[in-house]
Every structure is written in structure tokens, then in C-alpha cells.
Design a protein around this ligand. Sequence first.
Ligand code: 5GP
Ligand code: ZN
Length: 119
Amino acid sequence: MAGEPQPDCLFCKIVAGEIPATVVRETERTVAFRDISPKAPTHVLVIPKVHYPNAAALAVAEPRIAAELLAEAGEVAADEKIVESGYRLIFNNGAGAGQTIFHAHVHVLGGKPMNENMV
Ligand code: 5GP
Ligand code: ZN
């Protein structure tokens, strides 16, 4: 069924607590945790608990959760105190764009000048 956990998906395993992560925020529908290989002083991933292969697919199937993902990204930025200095939200879509984990996620990056492609 659409949105169901996928057995080979790393982020589904993080949602299930089968793989540890440094969780910074959680709601009923989303989890935010630190990227294992940070590209900036703040590098947090916000994911839906349901499995969709990318953010566009999530938005089509579950628009309210897609909106919550963005709201949570903003809350992460506020918690990390990078709203004023500025932060970047990145959605990689497809391997050719650098997507390596095919479970929807948004990167929240900040804490240094953001003037280059980063992830
Ligand atoms: P993508 O390249 O698919 O947009 O982003 C996937 C991100 O997941 C990468 O930035 C990568 O560093 C991060 N990542 C990969 N494996 C793990 C993991 O086991 N734990 C955490 N916290 N992040 C991971
Ligand atoms: Zn998944």
C-alpha cells in the first residue's frame, strides 16, 4: 500500500527505531535528525514517517504531510538559531541530482554562508 514502510529503506528503519539517529524534533507524522555526514554546521534531515520515494510523490499523495515537512524544517531552523543568518532547504530528486536515499526528505542546511551547491 502507498506510504507503507519498505524493508530495504534506511529512513524507514530510522522511523522504526531499528537504526539509531540523533533526533532533534518529532511529530506524529515527521522526524528530524542530524545528517550523519554534515555539510554545514547545521545539517538536519526532516522526513515523513510514511514512505514515499521523493518529496514530489509525498506532496501528491499526502499534501498535508508535505506541508508539515516544510513547517518542521522552519522549526528546526528556529531551534538551531539560523533563521536570521539564513538557511537552505534542499530536496534532491533522482540519482542524477544526488539523491541516495529514496525516502522523501528535506535537508536543512545553515550556520555558514550558503553560496554554493552543497549536497
Ligand atoms: P540524499 O543524497 O538522498 O538527498 O540525502 C541522503 C542523506 O542521508 C545524505 O546527506 C547522507 O549523509 C545521509 N545519511 C545516509 N545514511 C545515513 C544514516 O545512517 N544516518 C543519518 N543520520 N544520515 C544518513
Ligand atoms: Zn522509507
